[in-house]
Design a protein around this ligand. Sequence first.
Ligand SMILES: [Zn+2]
Length: 467
Amino acid sequence: MIPKELAAKALQEALRTGADLAEVYVEDVNSLQLGLEDAKLERAERGVDRGAGVRVFFGNLVTYAFTDQLDEESLLNAARAAAAAGTGRSTTQVIDLTERKSPLHFPIEKPFDSLSISDKAALLHNMDQSARAFSPYIVQVMAGYIELRRHVWIYNSEGLAVEDDRYFTEMRGSVVARKDETIQRVFHGFGGRVGLELLERNDAIATMSGLAERAVKMLDAQPCPAGEMTVVMCNGWGGVLFHEACGHQMEADFINKGSSAYTGKIGERVANPIITALDDGTIEGRRGSLRFDDDGTPSQRTVLIEKGILKEYMWDLVEARRAGRASSTGNGRRESFRHMPMPRMTNTFIDQGTHDPREIIESVKKGIYIQSMAGGQADIAKGDYVFSATEAFLIENGKLTTPLRGATVMGNGPQTLMQIDMVGNDLALDPGMGMCGKGQAARVSVGQPTIRIPNATVGGTDVAVSR
Ligand SMILES: [Zn+2]
C-alpha cells in the first residue's frame, strides 16, 4: 500500500523529538452491504476507506495522528503531528524493516466476485420469501449481507513489518411474528473470516424458515417467572455472557487501572475448578481471528482461566509496556486507522466440560433453559449484567416444558463464574455474528458448552435490549 522506504522515512520523522518507539499503521478497506427490509432492497452500499495512523511512544506517553491521504507529504505531516509532544532529540534509529510472515493461513475459497451483486440480492429476496411462506403470522422480515476486506500493514521502528489481509462474509436475518397484541422477534446471523464458501456451508434460506418457525412457536409462550432459580444456558452464543461480564475485566487496561475484579488475582481461584476459559485468535475462519493484531503482534491462544485458576490477562502493546512485560498477548485491536489500539478479545470461550447436555437439563427439578440470547447490557468494567433471552423454556422435573417470554438473567460476571457448577461436553463457538463495543467496534467470536448456574436471578419482565 505504501513503499517500505516511505514507512521507514515516516518512522524516522516520528522519532525526531526523542520518542523510544514509533509505528505506522496503514489500512485499506473495501466493503459491500446489502439490506432487505419489507421485501425491498433498502440498502446497497459499496464502501472504500483508506488511511494511515502514526503512533509515537515516549515511555508511557503515547500520541497519535492519522491521515486519510497516503502520499508522502500527508504521512510525514502525520508523523510530525504525532511527534510534536516530544521535547527531546532522536536517540533511536529505525532498524531495517524486515517483513515477517505469519504461520497462520485463513484461506478464502470463493472470492467475493464469484457471485454478482444481483445474485446476492436475489438470495436476500429468497430468504425473505422463505420466512414469509412459513406462516401468515410473519409480519416483518429483514435480511442482510456484508462482505468486507480489511487489509492492514504495520511497521515500527524496531524493524517490524507485517500485513494481515482480512476477509469477512456475513449474513443476518430477523423475523417478527405477530398474533393479536403479541409480538415476537427472533434473529440469527452467521459469518466469519471466510469468502463466499460461507453460503455453501450454511443454508441461508432454511435458516429463515427456521427463524419463522421459532418466532411463531414463541407467540404462545407464557410469561417467565421471576426469582432465584437454576438456569441452564445454551452452548455457542450463550458465551456472550462470559465475554461481556467476565472477559472484558481480563483486558489489561482495566487490570492496569485497578478497576477490574481480577486485578492482582493471577494464580488465584476465580471460578469453579470445572471451568477453563480461553481467548484464541488463531482459529481458522473465525470472526475474531487475526494473523497479527493491530499492534503487529502475532495472534495467539491464551489460557485465561485453567481449572478455575486465573492464569493470564489479555494484553496489547501499550498496556504490556506499562506493566513492564516483555510482550503482549496479541490482543491489540482498533476499529480503523482513526483509532489507537486497545486490549480487546478475539475468539473467547469457556472450554469443553464433561457433562452430557441432556444430563444437565435432567439434573434440574425446576428452573429455566435459555435457548437463545438476545444480548443485553453489562457494565464491562464491573461485570454486572442483565441479559435477555429471545427463547427460553421452563424446566420441570428434568424436562423442557412451557416456552417462556421476557426471560432475563441478571447478576455479576465474576460471581456467576464461581457459581457455574456443570459444564457440558458440547462446546460450540457462536455462528459468527458478534460485534463487541468498547468505545470502538470489533468483530469477535464467543462460545461455550451448555452450562448450569444453580442459583441465578431471573427477572420476569422485558428489559431494554441493546447490543
Ligand atoms: Zn464486548
